[in-house]
Design a protein around this ligand. Sequence first.
Ligand code: FES
Length: 156
Amino acid sequence: FEQMPLQVNVNGTAHRLSIEPRVTLLDLLREQLHLTGTKKGCDHGQCGACTVHVDGARVNACLTLAMTTEGSTVTTIEGLADGGPTGALHPMQAAFIKHDGFQCGYCTPGQIMSAVACIREGHANSPDEVREYMSGNICRCGAYANIVDAIMDVKK
Ligand code: FES
């Protein structure tokens, strides 16, 4: 397949890449950039495990062609926290730990990226509103109640 140029900023690093037009953002992140924090659950838009932010908006990376992120800023779970010398977690990451918002952890990166977007977009005014916003992120372990608690804790 023909390769196409792509310029994209991922977690603060500018990349000039050459990719096949059919490559999804999810495969670009995991296979070319080795950012494997973003998970592949279903690979067709049903589970939310692949949730990342593109220019601040939440997207399913498995449904997003990498080419469409030309000139954009992508944030993954690896780039969410400021890090810095203390390696501090993002407040949402800390809240998931405090409230036991995960069991096996596979869905957690996507849950956290959606949770951050939930508050940023103003959809965390009640537990019901949070549940509605987070309904695209599936957790097979059933940590939903604790995830909602974590989000409401960060919101307050
Ligand atoms: Fe993208 Fe499931 S892997 S929604």
